[in-house]
Ligand binder design. Structure first.
Ligand code: FAD
Length: 466
């Protein structure tokens, strides 16, 4: 029989955006229903994104790092990988976090409804649950339905050897030859994992550099390390066709590196599409653009005043930390608090080996827009700590406003770049300048010291490095 639930706030989708919004709204005294199609909370990030990928990348990084220890006279034999155990280890991390979310939802009396939800009217969502259809009547809604991997028409996506990121994270086997279509963050992270596990990797990218959007000097340090590890990195090259045959997936390339190759598996990581078109938003009057994005204002409000949207579905960088911050804004605005989403920057991190992290203004952007800047670069080859860990490929780059000397942007490449960028984000948000960063005492010998040293380079208080 049809059931009806009446609530103050409904949240559609339980990814980092959705669960954060649901919890914040409940903490602010609202009655909340959280709708999620999958049996676990956490969305892409916890189940098939940030968390499982980082668990695997950590393992991959150790496997690679062990090889560098022979400089210190320590050698190990070839690693023995038990893929089933590795899979179980990753799944355990995911289960711990998603299980934690279920407990947190219970604690707050958030009603979790499992099923696919679609708008029926501006104040009602219908949910197809296993026990039948449930209608949720709400005062206010937060759309947090996220995004899904982009598929390319004509590619044999139905063949299990043509993977998306979710399939690649499932770690079904270790293909001998793996093609990564798309040299962006997700493609390169998965390449790091499979390369460490022993796959021969080719990467093909349409643009003229890997990780489009990141400054080329940072990408160069990554290339230096991965070039000898991978078979081929083809830039300005397009996959013209892909056919599934009995011996493998045959791929034809055109552009700078034309040709035809046969692969055991292919990972297509060419971007993600928002899920905005899959929720019948028009029944609520919410405008969804042709790609599936939903436009919101700084309060995360859609064109319908009592309906909000957050996370991947609203556009901007598709990142978990953006989704969680937007989530708090939406929940707080609903609870009557004066919240706005107004970060000065949203940092980006590629957890490749080495890691790359950047925030604020990039040099590429500054050049394109004619924004004047002063630059301080500290190469890690001059860092005692970097040399001590046998990783001198890194660099720390800071951009400053020539007038005010305030920090405008930062880019870091090297191990732990993702952790290091936090200091730069704080500096930018607090309006710190060259002297603030250069004169504060960083501990020695550390990698974070390179941030102070890059500021000193820009200031001119160090001129000669080596
Ligand atoms: P999602 O996480 O996509 O969650 C949306 C949820 O809504 C899903 O659970 C979905 O099932 C549910 N849903 C959708 N429609 C309906 C419906 N009609 N009814 C019921 N439920 C519905 N970001 C980072 O910041 N750092 C990283 O390291 C990182 N690594 C990543 C690695 C990979 C391989 C991938 C794919 C992504 C990664 N991301 C990373 C991106 C990050 O996962 C997303 O930005 C984040 O998950 C977006 O959160 P969200 O809440 O908007 O949506």
């Amino acid at each position: 029989a049809n059931r009806e639930l009446v609530t103050e706030v409904v949240v559609l989708g339980a990814g980092p955006g959705g669960y954060t919004a649901a919890f914040r709204a409940a903490d602010l005294g609202k009655k909340v229903v959280l709708i999620e199609r999958y049996p676990t909370l956490g969305g892409v990030c916890l189940n098939v994104g940030c968390i499982p990928s980082k668990a695997l990348l950590h393992t991959a990084a150790i496997m690679e790092e062990v090889k560098s220890l022979d400089v210190m006279g320590v050698t190990y034999g070839a690693p023995e990988v038990d893929l089933a155990k590795m899979r179980a280890g990753k799944d355990k991390v995911v289960a711990k976090l998603t299980g934690g979310l279920t407990a947190l939802a219970k604690q707050r009396n958030v009603t979790v409804l499992q099923g696919v939800g679609r708008f029926e009217s501006p104040n009602r969502i219908g949910v197809e649950t296993q026990a039948g259809r449930v209608r949720v009547r709400f005062d206010q809604a937060i759309i947090a339905c996220g995004s899904a991997p982009l598929k390319i028409p004509g590619f044999p996506h139905e063949d299990s050897r043509v993977m998306d990121s979710t399939d690649a994270l499932a770690l079904a086997d270790i293909p001998e030859r793996l093609l990564i279509v798309g040299g962006g963050i997700i493609g390169l992270e998965m390449a790091s994992v499979y390369s460490a596990l022993g796959s021969r990797i080719d990467v093909v990218e349409l643009k003229n550099q890997l990780m489009p959007g990141c400054d080329p000097d940072l990408v160069k340090a990554v290339e230096k390390l991965i070039k000898p590890r991978y078979d081929n990195i083809w830039l300005e090259t397009k996959v013209a066709s892909m056919t599934a045959g009995p011996d493998g997936i045959q791929v034809t390339f055109e552009g700078k590196h034309p040709g035809t190759e046969l692969y055991d598996k292919v990972l297509v990581a060419v971007g993600r599409l928002p899920n905005g078109k899959r929720i019948d938003a028009e029944a609520a009057g919410v405008v969804v653009d042709q790609h599936g994005f939903i436009k919101v204002d700084a309060h995360q409000r859609t064109n319908v005043p009592h309906i909000f949207a957050i996370g991947d579905v609203v556009g901007g960088p598709m990142l978990a930390h953006k989704a969680t911050h937007e989530a708090k804004v939406a929940a707080e605005v609903i609870a009557g608090l004066p919240s706005v989403f107004d970060p000065l920057t949203i940092p980006s991190v590629a957890y490749t080996d080495p890691e790359v992290a950047w925030m604020g203004l990039t040099e590429t952007q500054a050049k394109a827009d004619g924004i004047p800047y002063e630059k301080g670069v500290f190469p890690w080859a001059a860092s005692g700590r970097a040399l001590g860990i046998h990783r001198d490929e890194g660099m720390t780059k800071l951009l400053f406003d020539p007038e005010t000397k305030r920090l405008l942007g930062a880019g870091i490449v090297g191990p732990n770049a993702g952790e290091l960028i936090g200091e730069a984000v704080l500096a930018l948000e607090m309006g710190a300048d060259m002297e603030d960063l250069g004169l504060m005492i960083h501990p020695h010998p550390t990698l974070c010291e390179t941030i102070g040293l890059a500021a000193e380079m820009a200031h001119g208080s160090i001129t000669d490095l080596l």
